[in-house]
Write a protein that binds this ligand. Sequence first.
Ligand SMILES: Cc1cc2nc3c(=O)[nH]c(=O)nc-3n(C[C@H](O)[C@H](O)[C@H](O)COP(=O)(O)OP(=O)(O)OC[C@H]3O[C@@H](n4cnc5c(N)ncnc54)[C@H](O)[C@@H]3O)c2cc1C
Length: 677
Amino acid sequence: METRKVGSHTINIQRFNSVIVGAGAAGMNCAVHLCEFMRDKKVKNPGSRIAVVTRGIGLGASRMSGSDKQTYYKMGTSPDVPDSAVEFSNSLTAAGCCHGDLALAEGINSLREFYHLVQLGVPFPHDSMGSYVGYKTDNDPYERATSAGPKTSRFMSECLQTQAERYGVNIFDGQEVVQLLSIGSGISKRLAGVVTLDRNKSKGSDFTLNVYLCRNLVLAAGGPGELYETTVYPKGQVGIHGLAFEAGLAAENLTESQFGLASIKFRWNVSGTYMQVVPRIFSTDANSSDEQEFLTGFFPTMSKMATNIFLKGYQWPFDPQKIENLQSSLIDVLVFNETQKGRRVYMDFRQNPVPGPSMKSFDLNDLEQEALHYLKNTGAMQPTPIERLAHMNPLAIDIYKENGIDLYTEPLEIAVCAQHNNGGFAVNRWWESNIPGTFIIGEIAGTHGVKRPGGSALNAGQTGGLRAAEYIVNVYGPKPCDYDDKKIEERLRLCVEKLEKLVNSRSPLTPGKVMKDIRRRMTTSAGHIRQPDNAQRALADALSLYRNIESDGFQLDNKADLVDAVLARHLSLASVGYLKAIVTLLSQGSGSRGSHLVLADDGIQIHPDVIDKATGKPLRFKPENTELRSSILRIEYDSSESDLFRTKNVEPRPLPTERKAFEPAWQDYREGKIYSG
Ligand SMILES: Cc1cc2nc3c(=O)[nH]c(=O)nc-3n(C[C@H](O)[C@H](O)[C@H](O)COP(=O)(O)OP(=O)(O)OC[C@H]3O[C@@H](n4cnc5c(N)ncnc54)[C@H](O)[C@@H]3O)c2cc1C
């Protein structure tokens, strides 16, 4: 390690072949594959050439998030039902805006990655013949889903970490990324590494910066969880979208965030069996009194209401195309409406749904065929939801118990929460970004289209790590970086100046207040219910906030707050980028799609009794403009633009159809030609 002083600040510099930002399932997998590909090329001690840098090894969605049985979507492994990579990729591209080459790569590499995880010890269940049994998930026409229980992605990250440690990969914990170091310009521009604030050594009057230089940078910092107020992303999952924009990375499909019902005291998705056991759903006032069966007024019969609660289990997340005519996403709208009134909504597993005045009492045998058949098939005909849950999935009860909530004795508070972004930074078929040598994998990559089958995020993250690692080792090679010290020093001086400028005792802004504003604005204007004028106003407000931060900085109590100031600054830029994308897409007449609904006076009625407070008339939404399925909205930071970003529409790349005979394919492989496509 080299140590430098810039002003009064100590800067530690280390050099690697590859630096990975993020220690979730995607980042750790890439580290492991880099070692494996280097080992295959007879590189000694591959782990010493690789660094994983993270703000918290135990943070992020992979380590901290899940659901009743967190899903891993892979190609089918049933002994009877044939599946193919092309069929798999068709499921990924079905709702549009998804590049065909990425979808096909995710299909082709799906089983390789799945068995890689099996080999590393992730306990995916199989039967006595060794067959990995599947089930059906949302947007999944086959039974391609599997699960290792509520904590699938946690097991994945832990098993991968253990393997990375065996290889001797350097893991740097407690590192808050403050800048992606860019050098050069135009086509010779590269990202030479990252600068971090050491969270453990940045208290008091000084801060310590660490610099991780590399030939290849892999960004695996996850989704932008901290952008939202109502969110099921785990606390502390920030992402680095603002920093990536500033560094010149282009993003795609940022408009396609997913929202769904989740518990909020302990952040966890309530999909799958939590809904399939058909619990009572009720609301109270803010003080937990005045219980009301608020759903009952909107459904004609108990059977219809209870069946929709059941269907919400795998028709998840919120989907505007499943609202009309009493479908399951009407439940999300009604829950949201209730919370908008200042009321609190709960699921109660101790009781079956309670009927409204003109309804029959709940009876499992009155459920519609699909629900009744499923519950009978799984032997879940017990009298109460908690008994059905204990029968079908006791781990789903345990996970709440571990986190201080006893579903046997208390109801579970829920809301419609931000939970995933299908969009992110743009990549080619090797998961390389628009800046050569920088790769984007996992949730921060924009590889999904408008809709994705549940569980395909984890598959995409594994495939991305594999593809990036293969390309890095075979094309850029295993050598460490050798940048010109002067150029790096110059960039570091600018970085220190920027950090110092961020602190200003006369500024009216504090990081805490700014983050609160950003989150409220994003949840209100960029959530699952959108409206063009509202989004436009939110963009103007977000821009003005970012400009104020740039000119005035923050007032800080002590230097420990510097980390928060850095976060608030880059989240603020990220929120401008997201809102700009949303405003642009709305102006193109996109309508309601994916997991968001666009309100419109002349649109489709949600339900005669879901009323717009402003007009007193039923709320209506604009249907999807399906023409835009073949157009991906791409966005790049550009400080010369009036609202800091420029956008353009690109066509999704088609599914590659070239198939070669074995001998020519073998020759391409031997000669490394496979990396030039
Ligand atoms: C409640 C919930 C349920 C889900 N269920 C499913 C499911 O069933 N199936 C499925 O496929 N997907 C699911 N997802 C999505 C999936 O879990 C995530 O997309 C995936 O785990 C992301 O993995 P990742 O490695 O890309 O990022 P993460 O696991 O989020 O890791 C990000 C890493 O980057 C680090 N980091 C973040 N910001 C910074 C920063 N500023 N500086 C330094 N380091 C930083 C973090 O500390 C962490 O190490 C779910 C998500 C949620 C929230």
